[in-house]
Design a protein around this ligand. Sequence first.
Ligand code: XMP
Length: 519
Amino acid sequence: LVLVVDFGAQYAQLIARRVREARVYSEIVPHHLPVEEMLARKPKAIILSGGPSSVYADGAPSIDTAIFTSGTPVFGMCYGFQLMAQGLGGTVAHSGDREYGRTAVSVGASGTLLAGMPAEHVVWMSHGDSVTEAPEGFSVLASTAATPVAAFEHVDRGLAGVQWHPEVLHSEHGQQVLEHFLHDIAGCRQTWTMVNIVEEEIAKIQAQIGERGQAICGLSGGVDSAVAAAIVQRAIGDRLTCVYVDHGLMRQGETEQVERDFVAATGVDLVVVDAEKQFLDALAGVVDPEEKRKVIGREFIRTFEAAEAEILADAVAGDDGDKVAFLVQGTLYPDVVESGGGAGTSTIKSHHNVGGLPDDLEFELVEPLRTLFKDEVRLVGEQLGLPAEIVHRQPFPGPGLGIRIIGEVTRERLDILRQADAIAREELTRAGLDRDIWQMPVVLLADVRSVGVQGDGRTYGHPVVLRPVTSEDAMTADWARLPFDLLERISTRITNEVSEINRVTVDITSKPPGTIEWE
Ligand code: XMP
């Protein structure tokens, strides 16, 4: 275990991911966690993240200097580097020389940390103060135009640091720096592999559930719930039942993918609830986007709970005589970090009032992906043999195509949109751009009509909008500059093959101001 101490920068999660890429398990802890509690977790090393620009700023977060004399190896990055310098008696100066972005670093003595790195290379900096004097006994390894001490180490004490951000991709050799610290200075063993993750998670679930009760997992067709279900299935076999609510708002082939391919790959016990009519009846006449979301959300919970109640009505009694049911959820590590939560599982007895279930039935959450990042979840999915279409699926909203039909949602309109969307996805895949594009919603402007001409005849059809975007996390996005010939193929095929559509347009709005979805 390596602990990444978060000083409030956006970089802590990225650092934790990079540590795991170096095959060492890592977790994030807040900087205000007492040092004794950090050490009590027996980390093999501790990394201090970047943070606010100055250690001299009012209320700047700090850390008990006992951390540096505990014997546990410590690595400081950026702000963490300055805290280390200051805490060990070096000098941090308000030089007034700021460095932001790409900066050339000169490696003097490479030591262990920078071994094998070019004498000059480019790194990513973001700091106002500079370390002007390293603490006693430390070797200075590198400098920049504005920073006399840009990297140092004390290998015998297991302490090292760099002024830059080795975790960002713009820093050349960044991963190598991190690995030199983890492997060569801290002596961390490289045990965090996908095979181990799967085995550990299975063992953890077996320990949590044991011989008690039944588990239920809702499948959405997305990667998180699919991987969560597949792991739990490996752990408890047919005591897991998966529920897939077919709300009729999925894209072409998606329901079949879950019904056929997912089941074939995992052997899970799957209950498919065909609720298309129920959803479409509830959506009749609904045009307002928020109203649509509410209706879909409400119907979803109703349907899921009814299925759940039926499956769990005879939940097995546990050792202590109580009835226990487990609800599997695909919560990921970023959700856990962002909600300030730690490790462990929670029980949701009181929140979960499912109509039709016995009063003494207790619910426990099972969250097998709670420690994993999205890219790790995909690797675990591959390891478990899940179909690539599920493991590498682009994000798709819960309310499905319901929020991609502008206007009332009807069966007929859904079929039109499904055909257009299938063509667009097929061509994007054929162009090899699936992984470069975050997602490409196709939106049907169902209440708009325009005049066209096809063959010798006049048409009066509907437009669709292609919304290809690039993004890191969906919080912000840019419109994707798709090759013109790809756009042309999509446009020609959609207007030829989907008779109700006579116009294809492209949305060139970034987010903000536009959201990714149209509703
Ligand atoms: P917006 O449209 O807000 O979308 O820019 C950001 C990302 O979230 C997805 N999205 C949803 N996902 N339930 C979901 O699970 C929803 O209700 C929902 N609405 C939007 C959207 O596809 C994009 O990836």
